[in-house]
Write a protein that binds this ligand. Structure first.
Ligand code: FAQ
Length: 311
C-alpha cells in the first residue's frame, strides 16, 4: 500500500498524466529513467559506428547520401536523449564518462560487425524495425520529456527502416551473388535483432516496476513477438529465408512460433564480451579524445562572449 506523495504520484500515472522534470518523483523512478534513457542515448551514439564503417564504401552517390543522413539522425537522437536525461538532474558529461569507463550499458546489437554492404540493409530493416516496435509505445510513456523526444525519433526511424528494406530489395532483385549477400546478412542479424528486446519476461528484472510506473507499456516478449509477426511476410516478399527451422504460423495463437534464443550469447555480449565490444568502446573514447581541441575552442569562445557581455 503506497502512502502520501508516492500514492499521489502513482495515481497521476494511473490517470495517464505525464510526469514533468520539476514534479515530485520517487528516487527509484528517477534512477530507472536515467538508466534507461542514458542506455538508449549511448545506443544511438555507439550505433553510429557499425554503419559509419560503410559511408566511404557505399556503392552509389544516392546510397551514400541516404546513409550519411541516417547516421547523422542517430547523432541527433543521442543528443535529444542526453537532453531528456539531463532533465532528471544528471549531466551529459557524467553519463558519457560512465560509457567511456565501460560502466554503462548500450544495446547488445551494436557489438556485431558489419561485414558486407548487405549488412547496412539488414540493420535498417531489422534493427531500426525492432527499434520502432520498442519505441512507439515509449511515445506514450509516463515521463514527458522522454515521451516527447520519442515522437520525432520514431518518425526518423521509419525512414531508416524503409531505406534498409529498399536496399535489400535492390540486392534481392539483383544478381545471384547479391541475393546471397542479402541472405547471409539476414542469417547473421536475425537472432541478435530478436535479442534487442531484452531477456525473456521471466528474466526481466526491471519489467514489473517499470510497468507499474508507466515506463514500459508492453513486455519484452510481447514486443519480440510483434517483431517476428511483422517481419516474416517482409522476408517472404524479399524471397529470403529466416534462419529458424522452428518458425511456424500458429493458427490457434494467431502468431508465429519461433525457435529458442541463445541467451548465453546475449548475456555474454551485455557483459562486454561480444565480437566488437572492445573495438566499439575504444573507437568512442578515441573520437572523444580527438575532439578535445574543439571543446576547448568552444569554451574559449563562450568565455570571450561572456566577458564581453559583462563589460
Ligand atoms: N542490450 O529487466 P530488463 C537504437 C539489460 S535501438 C543491452 O528487461 P529493461 C536505434 C537491461 O538494461 C536500441 N542490455 O531491462 C538505432 C538490464 O540491465 P540493467 C536502444 C540489455 O530496461 C538503430 C538487464 O538487461 N533502444 O538504438 C538489452 O526493463 C540503428 C535486464 O533487462 C533502447 O534503449 C540489450 N538488448 O528493458 C541506432 C530502448 N536488453 O540496466 C543506431 C529503450 C536488456 O538493469 C542504428 N530501452 N538489457 O543493468 C528499453 O526499452 C528497455 O531498456 C529494454 C530493456 C527493453 C531494452
Amino acid at each position: 500500500e503506497l502512502e502520501g506523495q508516492e500514492r499521489v504520484f502513482q495515481e497521476r500515472i494511473d490517470a495517464g498524466v505525464k510526469i514533468e522534470p520539476k514534479d515530485w518523483m520517487p528516487e527509484g523512478y528517477r534512477k530507472t529513467l536515467v538508466r534507461q534513457i542514458s542506455q538508449h542515448a549511448h545506443s544511438e551514439i555507439v550505433g553510429q559506428l557499425p554503419e559509419g564503417n560503410w559511408i566511404t564504401r557505399a556503392p552509389t552517390l544516392k546510397r551514400k547520401a541516404i546513409l550519411l543522413a541516417k547516421v547523422q539522425d542517430e547523432a541527433g537522437h543521442g543528443l535529444y536523449l542526453y537532453s531528456a536525461a539531463e532533465t532528471l538532474g544528471v549531466s551529459r558529461d557524467a553519463l558519457i564518462a560512465q560509457l567511456h569507463a565501460g560502466k554503462a550499458k548500450y544495446s547488445s546489437i551494436f557489438n556485431y560487425p558489419t561485414l558486407t554492404w548487405a549488412d547496412i540493409g539488414a540493420i535498417g530493416w531489422l534493427v531500426d524495425g525492432s527499434a520502432i516496435i520498442n519505441q512507439i509505445p515509449l511515445c506514450r510513456c509516463s515521463y514527458g520529456p522522454y515521451a516527447r523526444a520519442m515522437v520525432r525519433v520514431c518518425k526518423e526511424e521509419s525512414f531508416h527502416q524503409r531505406q534498409g528494406y529498399d536496399l535489400l530489395l535492390a540486392l534481392c532483385n539483383g544478381t545471384p551473388e547479391q541475393k546471397a549477400m542479402a541472405q547471409d546478412a539476414l542469417n547473421r542479424w536475425w537472432w541478435p535483432a530478436l535479442m534487442m528486446f531484452g531477456p525473456s519476461d521471466a528474466d526481466s528484472v526491471n519489467s514489473a516496476q517499470s510497468t507499474q510506473w508507466g515506463i514500459k507499456l508492453f513486455s519484452n516478449d510481447a514486443l519480440r513477438q510483434k517483431m517476428v509477426d511483422q517481419t516474416v511476410p517482409q522476408a517472404e516478399y524479399l524471397g529470403l529465408t529466416i534462419p529458424d527451422p522452428d518458425l511456424k504460423w500458429n493458427e490457434e495463437r494467431g502468431h508465429y512460433d519461433f525457435g529458442a534464443i541463445d541467451w548465453d550469447e546475449f548475456f555474454n555480449v551485455i557483459k562486454g564480451n561480444g565480437p566488437c565490444n572492445r573495438e566499439r568502446l575504444a573507437t568512442r573514447v578515441q573520437a572523444y579524445e580527438d575532439g578535445e581541441w574543439f571543446r576547448e575552442g568552444l569554451n574559449a569562445h563562450a568565455d570571450k562572449q561572456a566577458a564581453r557581455g559583462a563589460a
